[in-house]
Structures are given as C-alpha cells and as structure tokens.
Write a protein that binds this ligand. Structure first.
Ligand code: ZN
Length: 485
C-alpha cells in the first residue's frame, strides 16, 4: 500500500482525509485505486479519457513522475505519493550592479548587523542598495515582504497594486493599520516602508498588472516577487518574467498551506513547467472564499524575502528547481524537485508564448473590467436582485433558496429560509432538488452561486437564478443586521 497525501482543495472529495492508502504496483494503478475508492476525485484529477490533468502534479516521494516513468513508475509499499495542485503563489545570482554606490556613515551604522556577517559585508550591502525589486501586490504576502525588504536596505522597491485597504485585510496584511481602512494599499504600504527606511525609493504602480503594461513595468527591475492572489496574474507574471529573463520569486497560500520557489532563473523551471494550465475555475477557492490563517502569509512572504535577498547577494543555495511546501498545521516543510520542461510553452526549447496573451481568457475567468458593469447595471437574465428576493420571501412565493457556501460561513450569517448545500456537495446532492422548482441560489458575493446555477442548468434545471451580490448585498440593501465577513 502506498500512502497518498491529499492537498486541502481536494480533501472535499476524500471525506476530509489528508492522507489515504491505496494499493497498486505502479503510480497509475495506485491513483486508479484511489479514484475507485473516491469517485468524486476521479474527474478532478483525470480527464475524460483517463489521462492525468495537467494542473495536478504527482510526485513519488520527492520526484515528479513526469521525469520518471509517468503513470508506469513503480510504486512500493512505504512510498509516499503527493498530489500537488496549483494554488490562488545555472547560477541564480543577479548580474552585479554596474557601479556600486558607497555607503554613507548613517548607512554603515544602520546596517552594522549585516556588515559584520562575512557573507554580506560592505560589498553585499552595496548590492542591496543598488537592487531594484518589484512587489506584485501589497496584500498578505506583500506586507511582510515590503516591511522586511525596506528594512534590509533594498535601494528601490516598486509596488503594483490598485486595491483599497479593507477591514478584512487587517487579520494578515500587517503593513496596513486600522486607521488605513479605505486608503489605497499602495499609499499605506509605501508610508510604512518609508517610516522604517527613509532612504528607500518607492515607486508606486497604481494599476492592475495586465498584458498591456506588464513588460513596461517589469523591465526596470532586477527581480520580481509574486504576491498575487489569482491565477491570471500568476501566469502573466510568469510569462513576463520568462520573456524578460527576470527571476520570479513565487509564493502562494491557502488556509494552512503555502508554497514557494523561484521561477525563471537561468536553467531553472517556470510556473508553466510546473502547471502548464490553470485549474478549472472554481475548483481551487481563493483566500476570500476559502480563508487563510492570518500568520501564514507572514511565513511564506518571509521565505520569499529571504530568497530575494540571497539572490541579490548571490549567496547560499537559491530555491530554484525546488518547490517548498509548508503545512502550518503539521508544522512541517517538505521539498519537491522541479525541473525545467524542455516542452514548456514559455521557457522550453521551442516556446510558443512569445508575447503576453489574454490571461483571463486563458484561466477561464471573466476579466474584472467586463464583470464590473454587469454588477453595477443590476440584474441580468438568470439572476435576481436582493430586493426582489426580499419581496418574494415577503409574498410567501413557492420557491427554494439554496445557500452554496460552506457550513462555517453559514454559521456566521444566513438568509432566513435558505437551505445549506455547499458547492462541493451539490453534484452528489442534486437528487434532493426538484428540476421544475423555482430555485434561487446564493453564496457570499455571487461567484460560487453562479457556478452552481451553471451546474444545475446543465443538469436540466430550467428555473434557476443567481442572487446578484450574494449575502453581502443582502446585508447592504436588505438587512444591515446581517454581519459581513
Ligand atoms: Zn517553463
């Protein structure tokens, strides 16, 4: 029997178990036995014709089976097989700066604990001073990154962000304070970083990183630190870094788990070598949907900060070709080998990605610009607004209201009369619903319920509507006593 480690997003299909055992002489047989024991898992990890889906990587112990014998890789009792899905995170040293600027006496005093380390010294501190680092995102990962990189004496830090500080950010985004709620994150972050280190030069890029501006923004920096929270931007950052030849210090987080590595270093792999295609929309929840332990981005962000400083100094063993996995609940780090895929469309021998593409389309998610007007202009076909729902409830209409959030969210707040049916359980509980019934589906803000509506329509339900804006809109427009989260 081999032991199979199940990552958080897939545990909903294994009865919440984080590890299961299955028998088989090869990895393929073991996975087949796994899929037979947990049928819901099968379509998550295999395509219709039985091939492994490419957003899930399979490791036998610490080796990627794509570089062994794939499904035919022999598996013995005592082996550990890891399923590693993508989650919403040569010499690697940078070229030395052309002219190193001397340190001032103030700087010598400020960085004295660095200067007396032989591996850093005056020369190393000068490299940090000359370095230009771009932080993509001033959120959970960007917070510790910004604070520590500013303190460490990085000369110039660019920040790309267009978001505003929200009270729900404060549980983890420690660069922002309670009094910053409502301010632009970029202003709040820059202020804190300059308070730590007034000599720092901060460049604010107040925009969403997009295909049209990414190369222009990235080109002036030595390396890029990816602190984004969505797949379109991850692929965009990856491709732009590969095209420009800039190292991409990657980190990602979900609930209690994180990943980190460095992509796009000479000879090393890129994000597409690891995950050639994104997960289907909705399979891997975002932190907003699935939650995240507030401390987790601190741990992962500081791993990224450490690797950033090491790359600039050209010391130590960079996290290139190694995917570091962190499990906060088990308090365990694991390391998997990553290789550059010669067939990779971005960094392979014959790349097909020679310019930036439409990443929202690639990831199958609506672009923020196209999604926004629909929400503002109100209700489209197949949707219902919160005031209309309230009227239906008040009239006592005969309909079914389904809440597709998770039980812990239902515990925070709910709409009276709703029936809890978490999105992940919907496919197997579909028999509980009447195909001819008038059905309204809601979630927190409308994303998951839209997917649930699509699922029911595909299954032949004709009268299904999505509640626009979810329970957040209900709280805003109908019942302010309903807490927002
Ligand atoms: Zn690649």
């Amino acid at each position: 029997m081999a032991r199979i480690l199940i990552p958080t997003p897939l545990r909903q299909f294994t009865g919440k178990q984080d590890a299961v055992s299955a028998a088989g002489a090869t990895v393929g047989e073991v996975l087949d036995a796994l899929a037979a024991a947990y049928p819901d898992l099968r379509k998550q990890i295999f395509t219709a014709d039985g091939a492994l889906r490419s957003f899930v990587n399979v490791y036998l112990n610490d080796e990627d089976i794509r570089y062994l014998a794939r499904s035919d890789t022999p598996a013995a009792g005592g082996d550990t097989i890891s399923l590693v899905p993508s989650i919403a995170g040569g010499s690697a040293a940078l070229a030395p700066p052309a002219a190193a600027e001397a340190l001032t006496n103030d700087e010598i005093l400020r960085y004295s604990r660095h200067l007396i380390i032989p591996e850093v010294g005056v020369e190393g501190q000068q490299k940090l001073k000359a370095a230009k680092v771009l932080l993509v995102g001033a959120g959970g990962l960007g917070a510790p990154l910004g604070l520590y990189l500013a303190a460490a004496g990085i000369g110039r830090i660019g920040i790309v962000d267009f978001d505003v500080v929200d009270v729900t950010n404060l549980q983890r985004q420690v660069i922002h304070s309670t009094r910053d709620v409502g301010r632009k994150k970029i202003d709040s972050a820059a202020e804190k970083m300059l308070a730590i280190n007034p000599a720092l030069r901060v460049t604010k890029h107040e925009t969403a990183l997009a295909s049209g501006n990414a190369l222009e923004i990235l080109k002036d920096y030595d390396l890029v630190v990816d602190g984004t929270d969505n797949f379109p931007t991850r692929y965009l950052v990856n491709d732009a870094c590969v095209l420009l030849g800039k190292p991409n210090v990657y980190g990602s987080i979900f609930r209690f788990e994180g990943q980190s590595t460095i992509f796009a270093c000479p000879g090393g792999p890129c994000y597409r070598c690891l995950y050639p295609e994104p997960p289907p929309p909705g399979l891997v929840p975002s932190c907003a949907e699935g939650g995240v332990l507030g401390i987790l981005p601190g741990t992962i962000g500081l791993i990224q900060a450490t690797e950033t400083v090491k790359l600039i100094l050209g010391i130590g063993e960079p996290l290139v070709g190694r995917l570091l996995l962190y499990d906060a609940l088990a308090m365990r780090f694991r390391e998997l080998k990553l290789r550059r895929n010669p067939e990779c469309p971005a960094c392979g021998e014959h790349p097909t990605i020679t310019r930036l593409i439409d990443y929202h389309e690639f990831c199958g998610v609506p672009s923020p610009r196209s999604a926004a007007p629909a929400q503002e202009s109100g209700v489209n076909e197949g949707e219902i607004g919160v005031t209309e729902l309230k009227a239906k409830l008040d009239r006592g209409d005969n309909f079914v209201l389904i809440d597709v959030r998770e039980p812990q969210e239902y515990g925070i707040c709910s709409i009276p009369g709703s029936k809890l049916m978490p999105l992940g359980e919907l496919p197997k509980r579909i028999g509980e619903l009447d195909r001819t019934a008038d059905i309204v589906i809601h979630c927190k803000s409308g994303g998951r319920s839209a997917r649930a509506c699509g699922l029911l329509r595909q299954a032949g339900f004709a009268r299904v509507r999505n509640l626009v804006g979810g329970i957040l809109a209900w709280s805003d427009k109908v019942d302010p006593s309903v807490p927002k989260y």
